[in-house]
Write a protein that binds this ligand. Structure first.
Ligand code: GLU
Length: 390
């Protein structure tokens, strides 16, 4: 774990996520002066050869202002239409503002499939890397006009974390109207304490997140913590900071309050990063205590340790592994289709051929295809230490 917090300018590649409420005023539209101040901060980083990617929200908020749509919740097709109108204006604003410092912006609109399907993921990653190589600043958003509810991120916090891990960024900065993580919502609880450094996202930290989001922004603290899990597991640090002032990046450097989520000191490989970051596993395998211990010590998941299975998945799909506590402990690519997995669950690997009629893989999820994503029970931590000492 890297608890040390480096200055922003000591990073190689930074993803900056900007919330809608910072960029768009419901009445007057785009906050141009503020945007110019962010772009000046970005130019200062670019001048030091740091790669910068922006995940910008605001398409829907801006579009509804331009179209003069009433306040309150929008129907899906209304928000898609608003995004179509807003995204053009948003991209132009970024492009114009960055060009004041001779920086070329490139627009990238992603859907969930572009990050979840491996082939499309590799393709999107190659395009983004090429843009960076050409010295451009990618301005990324979800392709809201085509993404329907089942196949959309819906919030740019997690999208930004996915972009950060996809491009091997070492820092993700979430700018919104809150300056960091508190032990409880600060506007409701006067005893709420601010947390400047979060060494690891434990169950306790997750519990602090609550769920609230405003009309202008989709992501509350919940999606920010989810983003933190995706980013830190891949070795990318994350900062939550307020973007309410001008020059918000400079403000962080000068000591404005912000929360830092330390990157994992043992980041998983790029392939495992992709597995761990999948938003919608196709199924769940609930395992027993013995299997949980085995996973903690880096072993494969054998059919014998699987107690129950839910979901319809095919061989090679990502499944979540649920531990004895009922919480997710790992994710991996499953070696069997769901109906086969159900037949061999709880059985010895030596029986697989007899049950299925062919000799399949001994493991339900092989260790090379498996990544630990949650906290394994304390008891097993001790086991892990014993193993380490053995
Ligand atoms: N993609 C949405 C937009 O541009 C924003 C999602 C979010 O607020 O996180 O309006």
């Amino acid at each position: 774990m890297t608890l040390q917090r480096k200055p922003i300018a000591k990073h190689r590649r930074i993803v900056i996520k900007i919330g809608s409420a910072l960029l768009v005023d419901r009445k007057s539209g785009l906050k141009k002066e503020w945007l110019d101040s962010v772009c000046a901060d970005i130019a200062a980083l670019r001048a030091q050869d740091i790669d910068v990617l922006v995940v910008s929200s605001g398409a829907i908020a801006l579009g509804r202002t331009v179209l003069e749509l009433p306040g309150g919740a929008l129907k899906l097709e209304e928000s898609q239409a608003a995004a179509a109108v807003g995204q053009i204006a948003l991209a132009r604003a970024w492009s114009e503002s960055l060009s004041r410092d001779d920086i070329i912006a490139g627009q990238i609109l992603l859907t969930l499939g572009d990050t979840e399907e491996r082939r499309r993921y590799l393709n999107a990653r190659a395009t983004i890397n090429q843009l960076l190589k050409l010295g451009s600043v990618p301005i990324i958003n979800e392709n809201d006009t085509v993404a329907t509810s089942e196949i959309r991120y819906g919030d740019n916090d997690r999208l930004a974390a996915r972009v950060a891990t996809m491009t091997g960024a070492d820092l993700l900065i979430l700018l919104s109207d809150i300056d960091g993580l508190y032990t409880a919502p600060p506007h409701l609880d006067p005893n709420a304490q601010f947390l400047p450094v979060i060494p690891a996202i434990t169950a306790e930290i997750e519990a602090m997140a609550g769920g609230a989001a405003s009309e202008l922004s989709r992501g509350g603290m919940r999606t920010k913590i989810d983003a933190g899990k995706i980013a830190t597991a891949a070795g990318c640090g994350m900062i939550i900071a307020s973007g309410k002032t001008a020059h918000p990046l400079k403000a962080i450097e000068s000591g404005a309050r912000s929360s830092f989520f330390a990157p994992s000191g043992t980041p998983v490989t790029a392939r495992k990063t992709w597995i761990a970051g999948q938003l919608q596993p196709a199924g769940e395998l609930t395992v027993d205590a013995g299997a949980e211990k085995a996973l903690a010590s880096g072993k494969s998941l054998l059919p014998a340790g699987v107690r129950s299975i839910s979901g319809q998945f095919s061989r090679g799909d990502t499944v979540a592994v649920i531990g004895v506590s009922g919480r997710e402990i790992a994710r991996g690519l499953v070696s069997y289709d769901a109906d086969e997995a159900r037949q061999i669950a709880g059985r010895k690997s030596g029986e697989i051929e007899q049950i299925l009629g062919y000799a399949g893989r001994a493991a339900m999820v092989h260790r090379d295809d498996l990544v630990i994503t949650g906290m394994i029970a304390n008891e097993n931590e001790a086991v892990r230490e014993e193993d380490a000492n053995a």
